[in-house]
Design a binder for this molecule. Structure first.
Ligand SMILES: NC(=O)C1=CN([C@@H]2O[C@H](COP(=O)(O)OP(=O)(O)OC[C@H]3O[C@@H](n4cnc5c(N)ncnc54)[C@H](O)[C@@H]3O)[C@@H](O)[C@H]2O)[C@@H](O)CC1
Ligand SMILES: [K+]
Length: 524
């Protein structure tokens, strides 16, 4: 899904209106689409407080509140301004809300107590400059209350206070989830602003499609669904690849086994794991029974596994000694299948950059910011991620997966692709090993590395998001649990693809122009 500037999004809105779609219908599409995603992300009946601003962002918030109330949630609206100050469409949606029996909290005192979720529909892309006046105070209270009452905040379109000129020190809403409307908005994907934005979902509202963005794309489920097609009933294990994983040394016995589990769980046909002799018995004993473990020191086993592999992944717990260097050099010379490089393999490339130039097979490199800094020989700040990534891929045909809150996938001549899934629960040991295994498992099945990289980072984050949804705390999400959540992640991109089809069918049937007529008071 393309990522655009605010002004380009405004132009898309104008084009849609030129097709005969009113601004009210766009608001209904936006509000209903957001509500559906909120109901999915926060299961069970919740208490929601919708903070409503004067413009169309506030109008979106009122449509969302209406939909949530109709779904049985306990919804309350708080207006950030006196009623006379509301824009026309926002005032109309407020009228619909009240006719439905919706509650409006008294002006001046937002009822923070006893809410599970706060909806930030104060300001969207109509925001100009840094926050001012009472709005700045309201946003600051919201952030303080979130910190002490532990509710979740969902931002509608943008976290209020963020705009193209914002920086990490700007006054803005801190959201757990941002539901952005239409297309991605460029500033939302900046790593330095990710602490405000949280997870991003894009809620499509335009029937037409912009062909060309500003050189950046968001990885969204309805698109990644294409890259892992349904299996034919007539299939056998060799069609799903032979993954060869190499790593594991003293003190690092879990990493390669976790990577192997992840490869299995995304559907790899066969997974072979080569580890150092000194840890071979330990890794063989605690790996999954499905994984075939062998000691790398057995040269004939290594050679035969290398020749038969449909993908090789190397790095987790590999070590940085002479033996690790030799293994990497051997791989670079002998391998002809696609390969994924992570962890110690990246540090070894940083020490010996000439090796990277000798790759004669498709490669994916998955550095975290520290490893990226090592590869480029200088420290990379959040603001420099894109520039550094571009500089790196100019030198090599490899696909680069630059990890971060907004993991970036890029290769020479292509747009930047930003991941939209994942949560702070992934900030724990083992996450990178799981991602490596996912990527290897997908590539091994014949998915081209460039697509597999985008699909893989999405799946990895989504698996963690499903865990967070079920546990409601980020703390203590284990990498092994993320592996077991991968089936749910696969199901969820298929469900999203179905939803995208249904939304388009509803729009073309033209049944969203007005609010539902069913008058039903929200639950008390
Ligand atoms: N662009 C589109 O295609 C669509 C936009 N929609 C919604 O409409 C929003 C844009 O609506 P509007 O243009 O009405 O603008 P907003 O609702 O984002 O905000 C406009 C108001 O914000 C106030 N404001 C601006 N800068 C401020 C500052 N620095 N400090 C304090 N207050 C400030 C002004 O009083 C202005 O009236 C989008 O973000 C989205 O939520 C949707 O309804 C559907 C379609
Ligand atoms: K907002």
């Amino acid at each position: 899904m393309i990522i655009l500037s605010t002004s380009a999004i405004r132009r898309s809105e104008e084009k849609e209106m030129a097709r005969g779609i009113s601004d009210e219908e766009l608001m209904e599409r936006a509000g209903r689409g957001c509500a559906e995603r909120i109901l999915e992300a926060f299961p069970g009946k919740k208490r929601v407080l919708a903070l409503v601003g004067r413009g169309n962002n506030g109008g979106d918030g009122l449509v969302i509140a209406r939909c949530l109330a109709l779904a049985g949630w306990d919804a309350t609206v708080y207006l950030s301004t006196e009623r006379e100050g509301l824009g026309a469409l926002c005032a109309k949606k407020l009228g619909e809300w009240e006719r439905q029996g919706g509650q409006v909290a008294p002006f001046g005192s937002p009822p923070w107590a006893e809410v599970d979720l706060v909806l930030d529909a104060l300001l969207g892309i109509g925001m100009k400059g840094e926050l001012r006046g009472e709005m700045a105070q309201l946003v600051s209270s919201l952030n303080d209350e979130r910190a002490r009452r532990f509710f979740r905040t969902v931002a509608v379109d943008t976290p209020s206070g963020l705009w193209a000129g914002a920086n990490a020190a700007s006054a803005a809403v801190v959201a757990d989830l941002t539901l952005t409307v239409g297309y991605g908005k460029d500033f939302l994907f900046r790593e330095a602003l990710s602490r405000f934005v949280g997870r991003i979902e894009i809620v499509p509202i335009f029937s037409g499609r912009e062909e060309c963005g500003g050189g950046a794309e968001a990885i969204v489920p309805e698109e990644v669904a294409r890259w892992l097609p349904r299996r034919s009933a007539h299939c056998h294990k060799n069609q799903f690849g032979r993954v060869l994983l190499l790593g594991g040394s003293r003190g690092f016995t879990g990493a390669p086994a976790m990577a192997a589990s992840a490869a299995h769980r995304v559907g790899a046909g066969l997974v072979t794991l080569g580890v150092r002799e000194e840890v071979y018995p330990v890794v063989a004993a605690h790996s999954r029974l499905e994984t075939m473990v062998f000691p790398i020191s057995d040269e004939s086993l290594l050679a035969s596994n290398l020749s038969r592999a449909t993908v090789v992944a190397i790095g987790p717990g590999l070590g940085l000694d002479r033996a690790a260097e030799d293994l990497l050099a051997l791989l670079v010379e002998e391998n002809r299948s696609p390969a994924v490089f992570d962890a110690d393999a990246l540090t070894l490339f940083a020490r010996n950059p000439g090796l990277l130039d000798r790759l004669r097979f498709p490669a994916v490199l998955t550095p975290h910011p520290g490893e990226m800094s090592r590869l480029l020989g200088r420290k990379i700040r959040d603001e420099e991620r894109e520039e550094a990534a571009r500089e790196f891929v100019e030198r090599t045909p490899a696909t680069l997966v630059l990890k971060g809150t907004r993991t970036l996938v890029v290769r020479k001549g292509e747009s930047f692709w930003y991941n939209t899934t994942g949560n702070p629960g992934l900030a724990a040991g083992g996450s990178g090993d799981i991602l490596l295994g996912i990527l290897a498992g997908l590539i091994g099945q014949g998915i081209p590395p460039w697509e597999a990289a985008k699909l893989g980072v999405w799946l990895h984050g989504r698996a963690a998001d499903l865990l967070l949804q079920a546990r409601e705390v980020e703390e203590g999400i284990l990498a092994t649990e993320v592996v077991e959540s991968l089936a749910g992640a696969i199901r969820s991109f298929r469900a999203a693809a179905c939803r995208a089809l249904r939304e388009r069918e509803e729009w073309s049937a033209g049944n969203l122009a007005v609010a539902p007529t069913t008058s039903r008071a929200p639950s008390p």
